[in-house]
Ligand binder design. Structure first.
Ligand SMILES: C[S@@+](CC[C@H](N)C(=O)[O-])C[C@H]1O[C@@H](n2cnc3c(N)ncnc32)[C@H](O)[C@@H]1O
Length: 325
């Protein structure tokens, strides 16, 4: 049967997103329904076997996205832990689902702490998160007051992780569509567009930034986080081969070069609000992500260099505004 995405269409009926329903349904048919994943059957069965509550208490404004276990729910923790582990690797979090703490590869809460002080209030806003992963940030956005948090991410396992949480919760404003950003219409109606950790995976960064701008309403805010390198306005690294062992890294500008691109595309009030070198406490292997992690991607003798000898992963967040008219 698979995961149904109807909740998104129900929630956005009679809103400015309704006009895009036919196009989104058609795109989802092509890239989701007709493009089944080899492990979908196994994951569907795992999801079906898990508790479904739909009315648990929760908190979205603390470091862990937390869904509380109701007192009257009998839960075998070792069984529930194994059910959640069916969706490994858990990369973004942390989560606490019914008392099971999921220690993810990333301390995504640290990223949120670095970014959230610098963005416009999300209170009542309609927000889009491109490359959302498993939706951890969608709940943090709801916790910060967003009325709708739509995440886009093509990686199928992350959709299952999102629904492992979503099936415990009352109807809410978080939705994840398993699409790529290049599949989306030019919505033109989101108050804030987040794009965290995606730009360096795109071959054509300027086109990608233009895509992001097309989702915003006039006067809306772009929050862009990506890998950067030290340097001046003319510095851009295009790794010849891998970067930190990743084969899909295309374009690492300096913050000055990135700011310049954003201004040249017409964005206003462009400012770098944070630059942080990722360390091995923020990104590490855990019981919930037992593949290689950052420590394996760096020069073992010098953690300021990637395994290939490039500057080690440094991430910048840039905030900018789309012109009002
Ligand atoms: C490095 S992760 C970042 C996840 C999260 N935003 C964060 O900052 O922790 C990149 C994510 O982007 C997704 N992604 C890659 N290409 C994409 C595209 N063209 N459109 C949307 N998402 C994409 C991947 O599936 C992955 O989940």
């Amino acid at each position: 049967m698979g995961i149904t995405l109807e909740a998104f269409f129900e929630h956005t009926k009679n809103t400015d997103l309704e006009q895009f329903h036919p196009q989104l349904r058609q795109t989802l048919k092509l890239y989701y329904e007709l493009k089944s994943h080899g492990r979908s059957g196994e994951w569907d069965a795992a999801l079906e076997s898990m508790p479904q509550l739909l009315d648990a208490d929760y908190s979205f404004d603390e470091d862990s996205v937390c869904v509380l276990k109701p007192d009257n729910l009998e839960l075998d923790y070792s069984v529930y832990t194994q059910q959640l582990k069916a969706f490994m690797p858990w990369r973004k979090g942390p989560w606490n689902l019914l008392g099971v703490e999921i220690e993810t590869e990333w301390h995504s809460d640290w990223k949120w702490q670095r970014i959230s002080p610098y963005i416009s209030s999300l209170e009542g806003r309609q927000v889009l998160d491109i490359g959302t992963g498993n939706g951890y940030f969608l709940y943090r956005m709801l916790g910060a007051g967003a009325r709708l948090a739509l995440g886009i991410d093509p990686t199928r396992i992350f959709l299952y992780q999102f629904h492992a949480a979503q099936r415990l919760l009352p109807a809410n404003g978080a939705h994840l569509l398993p699409l790529r950003s290049e599949h989306l219409p030019a919505f033109g109606c989101f108050d804030t567009v987040f794009c965290l950790g995606v730009l360096y995976h795109r071959r054509s960064p300027i086109d990608h930034i233009q895509e992001l701008m097309s989702y915003l309403r006039p006067g809306g805010e772009l929050v862009l986080e990506t890998l950067v390198v030290p340097g001046d306005v003319d510095t851009i690294l295009v790794p010849q081969e891998r970067y930190a062992k990743m084969s899909n890294v295309w374009f690492l500008p300096s913050t000055k070069a990135l700011e310049n691109m954003l201004r040249k595309l017409g964005l206003q009030d462009v400012r770098t609000v944070d630059v942080t070198q990722t360390n091995t406490q923020e990104q590490r292997a855990t019981d919930w992500m037992n593949f290689h992690s950052l420590a394996d991607f760096l020069d073992p003798n010098d953690h300021n260099l990637s395994a290939e000898g490039h500057p080690a992963p440094l991430r910048a967040t840039i905030v900018a505004t789309k012109a009002s008219c």
